[in-house]
Design a protein around this ligand. Structure first.
Ligand code: URA
Length: 340
């Protein structure tokens, strides 16, 4: 008889419990687990919204039949506006060597071997997350530049070899902490690592990362001058959207990272980043085009680069978003290459 590896067994149990609507597997009630009190309170509040008694469990699950599945993968961005009127300027960050693939281009979307989507009635509705500002008070002090490296190291050490949420058991290889200038004026927040990031331990190094690099370059900045992080630090299996409990468990670290860097502007890449940073459940379309706020920074919302790889017609719209950010930061954009 074929034996199932223990980590696969554990994953199956976690999946099964989550399918039943039981998210409360975490040690939020354990006072020995170091958590900011405000975050513990937020997690406890979330408990009632995710506890099993609030979930209608269909007969199949009640009978004990495990229902395999991951949450239905939601798109990284909402439906794009009908026509992209801006074209020319957007080509500034068009990745020259990456042809537009006919199908989902990267591993940022579920592959053929991804688990089948879970039936709608099995998934407990996602509670509205609290904004980063509502979770922990925003510090008024800005850390001196000389102290930022040690402060960031402390956050990384606190994460350790994290097992706080199921992503630790979902085949993660490396925790993708974040990367860049600790005094950056501009920070990008993505959703979660993909396969390339999971392997390297660095955010946005795959195809979406190449496009993000081009976007940053078109704004007139080298990548090294910005800070880049994600809502979750571990790769979700099959690159699915992070679950509520995964994102909210990980928020405490991203909040600390933002507080160390204290960027002037944060760009939320895609709906997941916007949802958790701002504590909103709104379409990307409704969030684009205006300024929001998180941790003392102005927040702009734009399309996730992986979405732009799938629908390059929206690059013009994303470029409009980035131009607003450039205006805020006084950036002129990349100088045109001299013609020979
Ligand atoms: N997509 C993300 O959201 N983050 C990464 O780091 C890579 C791809």
């Amino acid at each position: 008889m074929m034996s199932v590896p223990p980590e696969q067994q554990l994953r199956a149990y976690v999946d099964y419990l989550r399918d039943m609507g039981i998210y409360d597997l975490y040690r939020r009630d354990d006072p020995s687990v170091p958590l900011p009190e405000s975050l513990r309170a937020a997690l406890t509040a979330a408990k009632s919204a995710t506890s099993v008694q609030n979930v209608v469990v269909p007969a199949r699950a009640q009978a004990g039949a495990p229902v395999r599945g991951a949450a239905t993968v939601s798109p990284r961005a909402s439906a794009p506006p009908a026509a992209a009127s801006v074209r020319a300027s957007a080509s500034a960050f068009a990745p020259p060597a990456v042809p537009t693939p006919a199908t989902a281009p990267t591993n940022y979307f579920p592959s053929d071997d991804a688990p089948p989507p879970m039936s709608v009635e099995m998934s407990a509705p996602m509670p509205k997350p609290k904004s980063f500002d509502a979770l922990v008070p925003v510090p008024s002090l800005v850390l001196p530049a000389a102290e930022r490296s040690a402060a960031m190291e402390k956050v990384r050490a606190e994460i350790g070899d994290c097992t706080r949420c199921p992503l630790a058991y979902g085949g993660r290889h490396k925790i993708v902490f974040g990367d860049g200038d600790l005094s950056a004026r501009l920070m990008f927040v993505g959703e979660g690592p993909g396969a390339d990031e999971d392997e390297s331990g660095l955010p946005f190094v795959g195809k979406a990362g190449q496009l993000l690099n081009n976007m940053i370059g078109a704004m007139g900045l080298p990548r090294e001058q910005v800070y880049i992080a994600n809502i979750v630090k571990c790769r979700p299996p099959a690159n699915r959207t992070p679950e509520y409990v995964e994102a909210t468990t990980c928020s405490q670290f991203l909040i600390q990272q933002i507080d160390v860097v204290k960027p002037q502007v944060i760009v939320a890449l895609g709906a997941t980043a916007a949802t958790y940073l701002l504590g909103v459940k709104q379409s990307l379309a409704s969030l684009r085009g205006s300024w929001h706020e998180a941790r003392g920074a102005k927040v702009a919302v734009t399309y996730h680069p992986a979405f732009l790889l799938r629908d390059p017609r929206q690059k013009g719209e994303a470029w409009k978003d980035l131009q607003r950010v450039m205006g805020e930061l006084g950036l002129q954009g990349a100088r045109p290459k001299p013609t020979a």
